[in-house]
Write a protein that binds this ligand. Structure first.
Ligand SMILES: NC(=O)c1ccc[n+]([C@@H]2O[C@H](COP(=O)([O-])OP(=O)(O)OC[C@H]3O[C@@H](n4cnc5c(N)ncnc54)[C@H](OP(=O)(O)O)[C@@H]3O)[C@@H](O)[C@H]2O)c1
Length: 285
């Protein structure tokens, strides 16, 4: 069985991680494309608002990459130190006024005229789904947005868009370090609506690889049986969940290639459950 290709995350490209230069970002994007990964996950806040411009510079250096890539842009968080945030408190703003301005900024920073998916970064209890749906359709007609997605919504919050706007993807934290989405209804609610699940921090932000290695015995035993190293096994556990695409967090070309391979095939069912049981510390009922 061939699984959907993963997505490359950009959160650690800039000052929140590897501090890459534009040429380094271009090199990573090319490595990802060569590994079959054609989508890059972006957000206006990454790198304190400097990562989208960094990616834009990389794409300006290599316009051929822009033509081959699908851009997924997340908006809706206002950081405490975001430009113009007078009160200095972090909050979510999914008002049409904010979303339109954030899309304008993202397109300018990425040096493009459209993004393939626009995603609401966090659930905002003040959101007005009808107004958002009208605005998204307007932007889709104008060609500035492809599909629509949400991120970090609870299973019930997804229903706010039922009958108004199709949710093409739902981005959630999902790994052996945090598998709450598997049990709290989030996966089913997403899949039932035809939204692909995009799993962020599939390695627990790298924490699952830090000593003392959590789950070491289970990872070594099952990885040994299947011929998979620990990062590959952790990523394959996530990729095995149906309708789910892994959002890779690495800024290392070799690791991105290895991650693409790891996500290409599912784990045997018994291995998937054995790892999940080891992570949760108790068996299924
Ligand atoms: N929607 C949301 O709210 C949300 C939230 C967080 C993240 N995201 C998205 O999800 C993406 C992935 O999240 P993440 O970065 O936390 O993913 P992750 O894969 O859980 O963690 C990435 C970290 O693990 C390290 N790593 C990867 N492979 C490794 C290996 N084989 N050995 C040692 N270290 C390794 C990476 O370092 P190297 O770079 O050195 O490989 C990096 O520091 C982000 O880029 C972002 O696009 C979305």
């Amino acid at each position: 069985m061939i699984l959907p290709t993963p997505i490359l995350g950009s959160m650690r490209f800039g000052s929140w991680g590897a501090n890459l230069a534009p040429a380094g970002v271009a090199m990573l994007l090319e490595a990802a494309l060569d590994a079959g990964i054609d989508t890059v996950d972006l957000a206006d806040i990454y790198g304190d608002h400097a990562t989208n411009p960094l990616v834009g510079e990389a794409l300006a250096l290599r316009p051929d990459l822009r033509r081959r890539l699908r851009l997924l842009a997340k908006v809706g968080i206002v950081k405490a130190d975001s430009p113009g945030n007078a009160r200095g408190v972090e909050y979510y703003d999914l008002s049409v006024r904010h979303l339109r301005a954030a899309l304008d900024d993202s397109l300018r920073d990425l040096r493009t005229d459209h993004v393939d998916m626009l995603m609401l970064h966090r659930f905002d209890p003040l959101l007005e789904p009808a107004a958002i749906a009208d605005w998204v359709r307007e932007e889709q007609t104008a060609g500035r947005i492809g599909a629509f997605g949400v991120s970090n919504f609870g299973p019930h919050a997804l229903g706010l868009f039922d009958g108004r706007l199709a949710i093409a993807a739902h981005q959630v934290e999902l790994s052996l370090a945090n598998s709450a989405a598997v049990t709290d209804g989030t996966l089913e609610a997403s899949r039932a609506r035809g939204a692909e699940v995009q799993a962020w921090s599939p390695l627990g932000g790298g924490g699952l690889l830090q000593p003392p290695l959590p789950l070491r015995d289970a990872l070594h035993a099952i990885g040994g049986d299947l011929g998979l190293d620990t990062p590959s096994l952790l990523l394959r556990w996530v990729a095995t969940i149906p309708d789910t695409r892994v959002v890779i967090g690495s800024t290392n070309a070799d690791r991105i290639r290895a991650a693409a391979n790891a996500c290409a095939a599912p784990l045997p069912t018994d291995a998937w459950y054995a790892l999940w049981q080891a992570a949760r510390g108790f068996p299924v009922p």
